[in-house]
Design a protein around this ligand. Structure first.
Ligand SMILES: Cc1ncc(COP(=O)(O)O)c(C=O)c1O
Length: 389
C-alpha cells in the first residue's frame, strides 16, 4: 500500500515504546500501537459514561463485532469464536471442560508453554489421567522429524493432544495440520495452542482440522493486552464452558463466554481497530517483513557468534532462536542473569533460555525493529563473552 508507513526505525513512532531501548521481545506481550490504545480508551470512556447501559446493551454486541471481524481471518463463522482474555484462559476452559478418567493420557511436548503444562498437570491430578511429554527435536532441521517425535507419543489411550502452532521457548512453527491429523488418526482430540500465531501466520482453521484452537490477539495482531480468542469445532462446542460459570450457563457457547461477570472488555472491543491498523500496514507486508527480519537476524547473530539458529526458514515465523557463544553458561539461571544484564546495563530486551546444552536468545522481529538493533545485540553478547573469559 503506497501510503502505508515505512517499517524499521520510522515505524517506532506508531508505538508507545520508550526511546533509546532495543525491544526484541514483541513475542511475549506484544506492543500496542498508539492508535489502538486510543480506541481502547474510547471504549472505557463509553463504559464509564453510562455503565449500566454499556454493560447491559452495548458491550456484548461489541464483542460479537470483534468476533465477526476476526472470523474473516480464520475462515470460520463468528458464532464459533469466543473472545477471551488470553490463551491461558482458553486452555483452562477447554481442559477443565473435559471429563477425563484414570488411564486416559494427555499428550504434551517438552516445549509446551509452562502455564499450559501446569493446567494439564492440575487436570490430570484431579482425574488420574497420565501426562505424556515427548521431546521435540531442537534445533529442528525438518518438519518430518517433528511429526515423527510427536506421533511416537500417541497411544490408543491418548484423549487429547496439545499442539503448539509456534513453540514458546524455541520459536518453531510446527506442522500443525499434519500433527492434528496424526492425533485424530490415533483417536485423540487435538487442541492447538496458537498463542503466537494470529498476525504472525495465516490461520486456516478448517484446513488445520483441530477440535479447539486458541490464539492471542495481543501479541502479533496488535490488540491491547487481554485480547484472545477461542474457537471450537461444532462437535465439541456444547460441552465447552468457560472456567468462570456465570449468567449465560446453559444458553450456548456465545452467551456463556461473552458474560463471565462484570469486567473491562475494552481490549477485546478494540480488536477491530487493531485489525484495521494491521490491514492499513498490509497483513502480508507485515508478515513478510517480520519473517525476513527474523531470518536475517538469525543469520547475522549466528555469524557474529559462530553458532547456529534453532530452525530453518521453513519452520520460522516472526521469531528466531540463536545459540549464544560458548562460555556464557548453560543453565536457566545463567540465562536469566544474562537477560537481566542486557536489559539493565544495555537496555536490550530479549529472552534467553537454556536449551540443548546451551543458552539461546529468542529474537522477535516486528515492524519497528531493524538490523542495527540486531547488531547491537550481537556486539553486547560478544562483550559479555569477553568479560566472562
Ligand atoms: C505457546 C504459548 N501458549 C500460551 C501462552 C500464554 O499466553 P497468555 O499469557 O497470553 O495467556 C504463551 C505466551 O507466550 C505461549 O507462547
Amino acid at each position: 500500500m503506497s501510503d502505508a508507513p515505512a517499517f524499521g526505525a520510522p515505524a517506532r513512532r506508531l508505538f508507545q515504546l520508550e526511546d533509546g531501548a532495543v525491544y526484541l521481545n514483541h513475542g511475549s506481550y506484544g506492543a500496542t500501537p498508539k492508535l489502538v490504545t486510543a480506541a481502547q480508551r474510547r471504549w472505557q470512556d463509553r463504559l464509564e459514561a453510562e455503565p449500566s447501559r454499556f454493560m447491559e446493551r452495548e458491550f456484548r454486541p461489541g464483542l460479537r463485532v470483534a468476533a465477526e471481524r476476526l472470523s474473516v481471518h480464520l475462515g470460520v463463522p463468528g458464532r464459533s469464536i469466543a473472545m477471551v482474555e488470553n490463551a491461558t484462559q482458553a486452555v483452562n476452559a477447554i481442559l477443565r471442560s473435559l471429563t477425563l478418567k484414570r488411564g486416559d493420557e494427555i499428550l504434551i511436548t517438552d516445549q509446551t508453554y509452562n502455564a499450559v503444562k501446569n493446567t494439564v498437570r492440575w487436570v490430570a491430578s484431579r482425574s488420574g489421567a497420565k501426562v505424556t511429554e515427548i521431546q521435540l527435536p531442537f534445533p529442528a532441521y525438518a518438519d518430518d522429524s517433528i511429526l515423527r517425535a510427536f506421533s511416537a507419543g500417541l497411544t490408543d489411550r491418548t484423549r487429547v493432544a496439545i499442539i503448539d502452532h509456534v513453540t514458546s521457548p524455541t520459536a518453531l512453527v510446527l506442522p500443525v495440520a499434519a500433527m492434528v491429523a496424526a492425533a485424530k488418526q490415533a483417536g485423540a482430540a487435538a487442541l492447538v495452542d496458537g498463542a503466537h500465531a494470529p498476525g504472525m501466520l495465516p490461520i486456516d482453521l478448517p484446513a488445520i482440522g483441530a477440535d479447539w484452537y486458541t490464539g492471542n490477539c495481543h501479541k502479533w495482531l496488535f490488540a491491547p493486552k487481554g485480547c484472545a480468542f477461542l474457537w471450537a469445532a461444532d462437535a465439541v462446542r456444547e460441552a465447552l464452558h468457560p472456567t468462570v460459570i456465570s449468567h449465560g450457563y446453559g444458553q450456548g457457547f456465545v452467551a456463556e463466554f461473552d458474560w463471565v461477570g462484570t469486567r473491562d472488555a475494552s481490549p477485546q472491543l478494540a480488536l477491530p481497530d487493531a485489525l484495521a491498523f494491521l490491514e492499513r500496514l498490509g497483513v502480508d507486508r507485515v508478515r513478510q517483513h517480520n519473517h525476513n527480519l527474523a531470518v536475517e537476524s538469525g543469520r547475522r547473530l549466528a555469524e557474529a557468534w559462530g553458532t547456529e539458529v534453532g530452525a530453518p526458514p521453513g519452520l520460522t515465523g516472526s521469531m528466531i532462536t540463536v545459540r549464544l557463544p560458548d562460555g556464557l553458561g548453560t543453565t536457566q539461571a545463567q540465562g536469566l542473569e544474562m537477560r537481566r544484564r542486557l536489559l539493565d546495563e544495555r537496555r536490550i530486551q530479549v529472552p534467553i533460555n537454556a536449551l540443548a546444552g546451551g543458552l539461546w536468545a529468542r529474537v522477535s522481529a516486528q515492524v519497528y525493529n531493524h538490523a542495527a538493533e540486531i547488531d547491537a545485540l550481537a556486539e553486547a553478547v560478544l562483550v559479555e563473552q569477553r568479560n566472562a573469559a
